[in-house]
Write a new protein. Structure first.
Length: 439
């Protein structure tokens, strides 16, 4: 009997008489194994796949459309904050999303977030001021990613289970940290009082969040038991690093296409497809490979090798690089991403309790998007420093994200000089990415 109770774990301990859940407890009631016929399962998976499609479409379309958005809205001075506000918003809500879906249910949260995303996108489409409404779209876009137990009970009990101090501190802390990280060195100097004060306030809020989660929260937004195993720590670190390099791709590949190769936003979006398709197909293939091998590690290692090879090929990119060469490198890199990122998610779930899976998924997405914010901040600082140091006197000192819309205002000879210096900055970013992938 003791052995059975130990195997049942915290979910069983939270149950009352006759297996009913005790009031205000998180209980895993999502054991649907064998309950769905094949046709219904196809419909469910198709609906979830559609939410992911909408989410990633919204995510990837922002970077490719930045120059066109800036032109239409006359937002050249604030264009860099479009992507920044989007990333800060969806990153800030990642931690709380998993716990909210535990309390209120997957389907309820998913439907609400899809409505939020639709409203946010409509507002962006009709907006005259792009940054505030991009924040709303950013909040929704990553919330629609399905989380992977749901509590039972009355709505009053569910509301009491929300970790309000933890959610407030995590939201505020992440926002105060990501604003200077994203804007430091570009919009603001790193030594400016605004950047320093925001970093200090953000650090204090994050420390307070950790204390609340460790000592006071009954249902913590980020349970510290998730970090008990060394393997879980390594896997979480992987997600942070993968976010650094993945989001750099999403934002700087379109700029490479538009600034260096002089492609349109539509063509830039099409040229990212080799990366996305390789990632998608390899993610599916990686799942079958893990099921056949019974192990994640060989698949993850193969993914890292291909990821590094594809990123290494990026070092050769230049103004005269053929589309076939670019597509080949991106396919290899996309396959590597698919074989490493998704199996890491599977490994994370297998290293955590069943009742923690939604929180783990949210934490994984949070770390990946925080990594993306850090990576974009580093990449922007590198490119802008290269531009400041190597652009000839008399040429405009525009931020990297503004170059594609300002090049058309320059004479042909000056345009060539700017493109050459910008390519130099991109090579610094690509070299660093390849080294990070190999590490």
């Amino acid at each position: 009997m003791d052995e059975e109770n130990q195997q049942a774990g915290p979910s069983a301990a939270a149950a009352g008489p006759a297996g009913r859940p005790a009031k205000s407890e998180l209980v895993d009631n999502q054991n649907f194994e064998g309950q769905f016929k094949f046709g219904r399962l196809v419909v469910i998976l198709s609906a979830l796949a559609f939410t992911l499609f909408v989410s990633f479409l919204d995510q990837t379309s922002v970077s490719t459309a930045l120059p066109a958005i800036a032109t239409d809205l006359n937002a050249f001075e604030t264009i860099s904050w479009i992507g920044t506000s989007f990333l800060i918003a969806n990153t800030s809500f990642q931690l709380i999303n998993g716990r909210l879906s535990d309390i209120f249910g997957r389907r309820t949260c998913l439907i609400i977030c899809m409505v939020l995303l639709a409203v946010g996108d409509l507002m962006c489409g009709f907006a005259k001021f792009v940054v505030p409404v991009t924040v709303l779209a950013g909040i929704a876009v990553f919330l629609v990613i399905p989380q992977s137990p749901t509590s039972q009970g009355r709505m009053r009990d569910k509301v009491k289970m929300i970790d309000y101090p933890g959610m407030f501190l995590s939201l505020a802390g992440v926002i105060f940290l990501l604003i200077p990280i994203s804007g430091g060195g570009t919009t603001y100097d790193w030594s400016s009082p605004l950047v320093i004060s925001f970093l200090v306030i953000g650090a204090i809020l994050i420390i307070a969040f950790i204390v609340v989660q460790a000592r006071f929260a009954r249902h913590p937004t980020m349970p510290f038991r998730l970090f008990e195993r060394n393997s879980a720590k390594i896997l979480f670190a992987h997600n942070f690093i993968s976010g650094v390099v993945y989001y750099t791709d999403l934002y700087y590949l379109p700029l490479y296409y538009q600034v260096i190769l002089d492609k349109s936003p539509l063509t830039s979006g099409v040229l990212i497809l080799p990366l996305i398709l390789g990632f998608s197909l390899a993610s599916a293939a990686g799942g079958f490979a893990i099921a056949r091998l019974g192990r994640c590690l060989p698949v993850i290692r193969t993914g890292y090798v291909l990821w590094t090879a594809g990123a290494g090929g990026r070092i050769a990119f230049g103004p005269g690089t053929s589309i076939a060469t670019i597509a080949g490198c991106l396919v290899v890199e996309g396959v590597g991403l698919g074989l490493s990122m998704q199996p890491v998610m599977i490994a994370l779930l297998s290293n955590t309790r069943k009742e923690d899976r939604a929180v783990v998924t949210g934490l994984r997405n949070f770390l990946r998007t925080v990594g993306g914010a850090v990576g974009l901040g580093i990449a922007a600082a590198i490119i802008n420093n290269v531009l400041l140091q190597h652009l000839p006197a008399g040429l405009p000192r525009a931020a990297a994200s503004q170059l594609s819309v300002l090049l058309d205002t320059l004479p042909v000879e000056q345009r060539g000089e700017v493109v050459a210096v910008y390519m130099r900055g991109l090579h610094c970013v690509f070299d660093g990415r390849a080294a990070g992938d190999g590490a």
